[in-house]
Design a protein around this ligand. Structure first.
Ligand SMILES: [Zn+2]
Length: 198
């Protein structure tokens, strides 16, 4: 089984650093108080993908996800099989939440032409992606209609998001939509929920 990642991301619109700290504190306090994640970080580096220590799920986590037998949930102790947990990803210049290894499909917002097999490390997409991460927007020229449009307006499959702050749930069953909406209320911010497999 692949590893499943879901991220709840604060979109990369201009947000001040103090505001991001405030959002992070509000969301984590909510997650801790509701028993959705443990207050204690994992004691070992179980989250190799991000190279960080994460928070294991709390006792009430199953109430906020779609339960499926194959997830072996809620038996999600760290170190048993694949780690389940929450990592906070903060990046000063913004980062990409999604699978960069997989070729993407992009749809031009103007002519609707589809470009398949787009690899993020290849120009011009790598440049657009880096710029969008850094300053929140980037211009991408459609090879079909030759029009320049903002990177953020392109429809990208699989779904992905760019942001300076994201809460990454590793190997959790799909989060309930109502839970994601509740997080947005707690954060007083729009949030994007994306999911990818690796
Ligand atoms: Zn086009």
């Amino acid at each position: 089984m692949s590893d499943n990642y879901q991220a709840v991301v604060v979109p990369n619109t201009p947000v001040s650093r103090p505001r991001l700290v405030e959002i992070e504190q509000a969301v984590m306090t909510f997650l801790w108080d509701r028993g959705i994640v443990s207050r204690q970080r994992a004691t070992r580096r179980a989250f190799l993908f991000f190279g960080e220590k994460g928070y294991p799920p709390g006792p009430n986590a199953p109430r906020y996800v779609h339960t499926r037998a194959e997830w072996n949930w809620p038996d999600c102790r760290l170190g048993t099989t694949v780690p389940h947990g929450l990592n906070i990803r903060r990046r000063k210049n913004g980062s990409w939440f999604g699978d960069l290894n997989q070729a993407a499909v992009l749809r031009c917002p103007l002519c609707m032409a589809v470009q398949s097999d787009v690899h993020w490390w290849k120009s011009p997409f790598d440049l657009a992606l880096k710029q969008a991460c850094r300053i929140g927007s980037a211009v991408l020229v459609c090879p079909g209609c030759r029009t320049s449009t903002d990177f953020n307006e392109w429809e990208i499959t699989p779904p992905s998001a760019i942001g300076k702050l994201g809460f990454v749930f590793s190997n959790w069953p799909p989060l309930q939509n109502s839970f994601v909406r509740e997080l947005a209320t707690v954060a007083s911010s729009t949030l994007r929920h994306v999911q990818w497999l690796i």
